[in-house]
Design a protein around this ligand. Structure first.
Ligand SMILES: [Zn+2]
Length: 275
């Protein structure tokens, strides 16, 4: 009985030794396995990081794989139309599936140009008020003359096209020297008429000096990436052939950078030089 007990004890000790020995092996196995898994995870993580960096380089800083990218919408705007080039602008916009906003000059809207305005509306673009006459000394002579210039084209759009304009872009922008004596008052009257005014934060500089396709592209490139909602100023005056030549590239580069396109009244906030 005693022997049996001793034997049992001996056997227990032996078993304990065996268990202890297996545990050590198991521990060794577990530690090795953990090391392998950790190394694999680190390698996988490094590969993921590399992919993330490559994607960021290809598509822009806000377009990482992290899932936190912002929605980016570009607003292409054309002042001074309609013109002999507008149909070509519209062809490119249609082919590229991009929407734009046209700030028009009222006195240029003859029968031919009426068809262009109707096409702009039919194809989902926005029409904004630029000016009726685009002559600084007439528009900005007084607060009243400025208001009348805006209202003249607003009425024209309603009467002739059954179109209710929402936006105004003052010639030379809302911070120009002509408007400064009555700036606050005219903006107040514009707002009371149910209109909003819009400036821009990116300029193609295509109506200054002698623009080239490269100068236009570079002017747009240097600024649009600063904004999730760039408002890009271009012109549709009939002598802006270089803008027309640059337009498709501008649209494609914005697309490659993750931007979609909207009409300006869809923008979350109006774009103002001064607030
Ligand atoms: Zn203009």
């Amino acid at each position: 009985m005693l022997n049996k007990t001793n034997n049992n004890k001996h056997s227990d000790v032996k078993d304990t030794k065996n268990v202890s020995s297996w545990t050590f092996k198991e521990k060794l196995f577990c530690v090795t396995a953990l090391l392998i898994v950790s190394v694999c995870m680190l390698m996988e993580r490094a590969g993921y990081k590399n992919r993330e960096i490559k994607e960021t380089e290809s598509y822009g800083v806000n377009n990482s794989l992290s899932g936190t990218e912002n929605k980016k919408t570009a607003f292409l705007t054309f002042d001074d139309g309609p013109s002999t080039l507008t149909a070509s602008y519209l062809d490119i916009l249609k082919e590229e599936g991009a929407k734009a906003t046209f700030f028009i000059i009222g006195q240029q809207v003859d029968d031919d140009m009426s068809r262009i305005i109707n096409r702009e509306i039919d194809e989902g673009h926005e029409i904004g008020i630029h000016t009726y006459c685009h002559e600084a000394n007439v528009i900005y002579a007084t607060e009243d003359s400025c208001y009348k210039d805006v209202m003249k084209i607003k009425d024209q759009l309603e009467r002739q096209f059954n179109y209710e304009a929402k936006l105004v872009r003052f010639p030379w922008g809302s911070a120009n020297g002509y408007i400064s004596p009555f700036r606050a008052n005219i903006i107040d009257r514009i707002h009371k008429s149910g209109l909003e005014y819009e400036d821009w934060n990116v300029s193609a500089e295509d109506s200054v000096g002698t623009p080239t396709v490269d100068s236009i592209l570079n002017n747009v490139r240097k600024d649009y990436k600063k904004y999730d909602e760039p408002v890009i100023l271009m012109h549709d005056s009939g002598c802006n052939k270089k803008t027309l030549e640059a337009l498709r590239t501008i649209i494609r580069e914005l697309k490659a950078d993750g931007y979609s396109f909207g009409t300006l009244s869809e923008r979350e906030n109006p774009c103002h030089f001064l607030e």
